[in-house]
Each structure stands twice: as structure tokens, then as C-alpha cells.
Write a protein that binds this ligand. Structure first.
Ligand SMILES: [Zn+2]
Length: 448
């Protein structure tokens, strides 16, 4: 339950308050999700498009995602089928742009083109006394959560990144996979197979387990070790308890992903291969994170990533793409339920977007035809059935991605439009996302 915030009453005097009315910022990123990925999940879930909770949000625009040195030219992009297939960002540069407001090179985690650290929105929020959290369905030290918390010249330095996230940052909630003891099906590894790479190495992990790792998260000068949450049951309890721990590391009992990497036929239709049943959903993890963060006296910033939507796109696994995007959609629903249960839209900004498209997904028979490029919509085969889908890449594209926003200051994004695309309409750039937040969080507001 949210605290009764005193932000609007400056008892000391003047009518100007120095704290923003925006207290709760929740950024949900479906990694690798373009417009057709949203439609694929919607057709499977509902038998129609436009049905997601975020597709009822008042702000529905697009966002460009290119990395440092790149560009998005809406005329050029639609001239030939393959034009969008080059010039794409990676998740590290995109996360850095969305967390710091600066374009950087592919692979960069929270550093600029000069490899120097950039201040991110989480650090900024912590300075304002807010709590912060990151949640993902892939490894906690993977590019997107790393790009919101850590600073590293290369996304592949998982060990260093994990050590910075868990040992040096002031973030209050970190949830993601990378559990050294379990495989992708949630079975315990034999000792020699254990992979400590995503959690900072064996020695560091043992210190995390012992409760001796953790920098000062609450600003009182003392180090704050992590309360570990691992089992599905523990995650469910965290989402419901009236007395949550103040700092939580949630690491489900799988190594790489909640569900995407489980064994079985990965080309099968959605849900044909039974899901891992020992791990929480992204929605349950999100509810747990919200339950910890809403104890904050000064609000919070939370980033939630559907991380394996991208992995399914790389592999062109249509069924797993749908599973992953539905898992993400349910996390958005959990966030909206939290806002509405707390009657907090006036103080909350919810953003639903992506870091880039992956897989160049279209409907069947799309491509460069004799009379020009053709982009066909997915074919609706009814709810519960795979729609007709066609993949054109094993990598990322430079497509605009969807951008949805609702709540306090959501309309402000409409004042930051960078261009108009003939198909997708008005778009902002991924750097506009944090730059708006930086502006809002430091501007004084009238006392109410
Ligand atoms: Zn990717």
C-alpha cells in the first residue's frame, strides 16, 4: 500500500514545493518488441488487436531507438523492404539511452561514447530520496537491467556488472535470473556445472548469500545487505506480505530465463511445451517489487523488462514469442492494478515501450515484390491459435517501436515529438524518455 506522502505540504512556508507531484514512475520495456509482436500476442490472447491494457492509455505514439551515430529517416525506411533491417541499436545502447538520455555505442552499459559513466535515472531518483528497482525475466546482469543500474564499457562483463549492481548501487530491488544452482528447466545443477558468471563469480555470490554484500541503499550510512528471494512460493509471499523486507534480491530458480530457454520443442506453438512450474511469472515478480517499493516515503522508480521477447525474436520462435509477450502483458496489467488499487494515477507515470524490434516480424507474403515493398498484417486465426507470422531477420531492426504512457505528465511526451512517420505517426526518441523524467523530477510544483 502506498504511503500517505507529504510531498505537497511544505510546512516551512512558501507555496512552491521543490518536490515533484510525480512520485511513482514505472517503465515497462518489452525487449525486442515491435508493433507486430504486440499484435501476435493480442491475436493469440483475444483473437483481435488493440486489446492490451496499455492500448487504452491516452498517449500512444512511437519511439526511435537507433544508437550513437545512427538515425531514423521515415521516408527512407519505407522505400524498400530491407531498409529497416540495418542501423539497429542493441539492448545495451538502448537501455543506456532510456536510462541516461544519451546515445552511445552498441554494447555500452551506462557509459557514453567516451566510455565515461553517465548518470542514470535510478541514481538521480536515489538522490531525490526515492526508492528504485529493476525486474527482468532474463539474467539480472543482462543488458537492459544493467543499463539502468551499472556502468561498464561492455555488456559482456556480466561478473563486473553484477558486482556493481549488487555491491555498489543503491538500488532497492533487483529481480532476475542468473541463479547459479539451476539449469533452464529449474533442475539443480551438479556442482561442476554451476555457472556463477551472471551473479559476480562464486566468491562474490557466497558473500551475497551470507548477507555481507550490499552498499547503502537507504542513505543512512550503513550498508544494507540483500534479502534473498528464490522459490516461486517466496515470490508469491513477497507480493502479498504486509511486512516486506526493505531490500530484495529476487533470483528465480533458473539460470537464464524464466521460461524461454526451457527444453522441449522450441518451435512448437505457444504453451504446447509445459511451462517451468518452479518459477514466478514476471507479473508476480512485479507485484513483489511494487510491494517492497511502495513502502517508500518519497516514491520510487521501477523498470520491468520482458527480456526474452527478444530471444524468441532472434530465434524466430513464434510460439515462444507469444508466450513471452503475454507474460510481459500480464506484468503491465499487474502494474495498472497496483495504480488503481491505490487510486494513484495523479502521482504515477506508467510507460510501456520497447528497446528495439527483433526478428523483423510481419504477416505472410511480405517482402520486396516486383511492384515494390509489401508489408502484410499478421493473419488472425482466432484466440488460442497461432496467428500467421513471417520472420525476416535473426537480428534487430531500426523500426520505430510502440510507446504508450498514462498518468502524471504522460501528455508531456507529446511536446517532445521528433518527427512523423507515414505509417506509425508521431514519434519521440528513446533519449526523450529519461530527459522528460529528469526535467519533471527537478522542477518545483505548486503546493496543493
Ligand atoms: Zn536482441
Amino acid at each position: 500500500m502506498v504511503k500517505n506522502l507529504n510531498l505537497f505540504f511544505d510546512t516551512k512556508g512558501p507555496k512552491m514545493e521543490t518536490v515533484s507531484a510525480l512520485c511513482y514512475i514505472i517503465i515497462l520495456i518489452s525487449d525486442g518488441c515491435g508493433y507486430n509482436q504486440v499484435d501476435a500476442a493480442s491475436l493469440y490472447q483475444y483473437g483481435q488487436t488493440g486489446t492490451q491494457v496499455y492500448q487504452q492509455f491516452p498517449v500512444q505514439i512511437s519511439m526511435s531507438t537507433y544508437a550513437d551515430g545512427g538515425s531514423y529517416d521515415p521516408c527512407y525506411i519505407w522505400q524498400a523492404f530491407d531498409n529497416v533491417a540495418s542501423g539497429a541499436t542493441d539492448s545495451a545502447a538502448a537501455a543506456t539511452a532510456m536510462s541516461t538520455g544519451h546515445k552511445t555505442y552498441g554494447g555500452a552499459i551506462g557509459v557514453g561514447p567516451d566510455e565515461q559513466p553517465l548518470r542514470n535515472i535510478m541514481e538521480f531518483a536515489e538522490e531525490q530520496g526515492m526508492m528504485t528497482g529493476v525486474v527482468t525475466s532474463v539474467m539480472l546482469s543482462h543488458a537492459t537491467p544493467a543499463g539502468f543500474v551499472a556502468h561498464s564499457r561492455s555488456r559482456g562483463r556480466y561478473g563486473h556488472i553484477a558486482q556493481e549492481m549488487l555491491g555498489d548501487s543503491a538500488v532497492d530491488v533487483i529481480m532476475g535470473c542468473g541463479n547459479p544452482y539451476y539449469d533452464d528447466d529449474g533442475n539443480e545443477f551438479d556442482d561442476p556445472c554451476r555457472n556463477y558468471g551472471f551473479v559476480g563469480g562464486e566468491d562474490f555470490w557466497n558473500e551475497v548469500m551470507a548477507g555481507t554484500v550490499g552498499s547503502d541503499a537507504d542513505g543512512d550510512g550503513d550498508n544494507d545487505p540483500w534479502t534473498l528471494v528464490q522459490s516461486k512460493c517466496e515470490f508469491e509471499q513477497l507480493a502479498q506480505t504486509d511486512n516486506p523486507p526493505s531490500r530484495v534480491l529476487g533470483i528465480p530458480m533458473v539460470v537464464a530465463t524464466l521460461q524461454h530457454n526451457r527444453s522441449g520443442d522450441r518451435t512448437a506453438d505457444a504453451y504446447v511445451v509445459p511451462l517451468n512450474d518452479n518459477v514466478p511469472s514476471l507479473a508476480t515478480m512485479t507485484r513483489g517489487a511494487l510491494n517492497v517499493l511502495d513502502e517508500s516515503e518519497n516514491g520510487f522508480v521501477l523498470m520491468v523488462e520482458g527480456g526474452a521477447v527478444d530471444w524468441a525474436g532472434h530465434s524466430n520462435y513464434s510460439g515462444r514469442l507469444i508466450e513471452e509477450e503475454i507474460d510481459f502483458n500480464r506484468a503491465v496489467e499487474a502494474v495498472v492494478q497496483w495504480v488503481e488499487a491505490n487510486d494513484a494515477w495523479d502521482q504515477t507515470l506508467v510507460i510501456v515501450t520497447a528497446d528495439h524490434e527483433c526478428g523483423y516480424l510481419t504477416g505472410p507474403d511480405s517482402g520486396q515484390h516486383e511492384d515494390g515493398p509489401q508489408w502484410n498484417p499478421l493473419v488472425n486465426n482466432g484466440a488460442g491459435n497461432q496467428p500467421g507470422m513471417e520472420w525476416h531477420s535473426g537480428g534487430h531492426t531500426n523500426s520505430l517501436v510502440p510507446f504508450y504512457a498514462k498518468g502524471a505528465y504522460a501528455q508531456e511526451f507529446l511536446n517532445r515529438i521528433d518527427g512523423e512517420d507515414p505509417i506509425r505517426g508521431r514519434y519521440i526518441d528513446n533519449t526523450d524518455l529519461p530527459n522528460l523524467l529528469f526535467d519533471v523530477l527537478q522542477q518545483p510544483v505548486m503546493a496543493q
